[in-house]
Design a binder for this molecule. Sequence first.
Ligand SMILES: Nc1ncnc2c1ncn2[C@@H]1O[C@H](COP(=O)(O)OP(=O)(O)OP(=O)(O)O)[C@@H](O)[C@H]1O
Ligand SMILES: [Mg+2]
Length: 258
Amino acid sequence: MLEISHLALSLGEQTLLRDLSVQLHPGQVHVIIGPNGTGKTSLLRALFGELKPAAGEVRFHGQSAHDMHLTKWRQLFGYMPQNIQLELDLSVIEVVVLGRLDSLSMRLADEDILAAAKALEALGISHLADRPLYSLSGGQRQMVLFAQVLLRDPRIMMLDEPVSALDLHHQMQLMEHLCQQTLAQQWTTLVVLHDLNLAAQFADQLIVLSGGELQAFGPPAKVLDADLIERLYHVPVQVHHDHAGIPFLRTLRKVELS
Ligand SMILES: Nc1ncnc2c1ncn2[C@@H]1O[C@H](COP(=O)(O)OP(=O)(O)OP(=O)(O)O)[C@@H](O)[C@H]1O
Ligand SMILES: [Mg+2]
């Protein structure tokens, strides 16, 4: 279990996160939603040990980053940050293999290459394997970086807006694969999404942040309603439910077109 207790984050005078306490479980996908600038990325960075908490702590199976060495702590994670600027002169397959960096010796093992090829195949992007990374489109790069993070086979998987550049097909492919693997490998998964319908469809638990505070935590069917969404985003919405009770929402225009 990943246990976040009374976590507070600040940057100079600015408070990024206030008194956050949640418990996250292996085999579950936890989707973080909330308005821009509300502390989602900062939370992931704090979990990864990039931001030092102003108060509180994070424990994984009872151990904190403090107890372990930071390098060891980070080995628990697969982390795909929000804005990755990679202008590497490497091929796609080479970039994916870098996901195994921690365990790579001076030479690549055949099994590392094989695992990278399998990850590309599972995501339907084998045809990109030999292309230089710099030659790819934004969405293609995002899929490749997802393949890279899969190769780490982490205990805690963190993805910060991994579908922001993806078309509908690739959004579904990435999210389906993430959910399957989370269950199969018993990862504790955190993913930041802005698409609330996608979040409702794929989250086991939603973590709703706004103004650096936890607004709600729980399954989408319990948490996501029109009041909450209007309070967070100041946009009128209708929330409906499908036959399985999963909420889906439609935004309403303020001015009706005639
Ligand atoms: N390096 C930094 N220097 C100054 N302020 C920062 C820095 N990083 C983040 N902030 C501020 O901290 C707050 C939280 O930022 P954060 O990136 O965590 O938001 P977010 O919820 O991920 O937003 P988005 O949905 O736009 O990605 C924002 O007000 C942001 O301006
Ligand atoms: Mg962010």
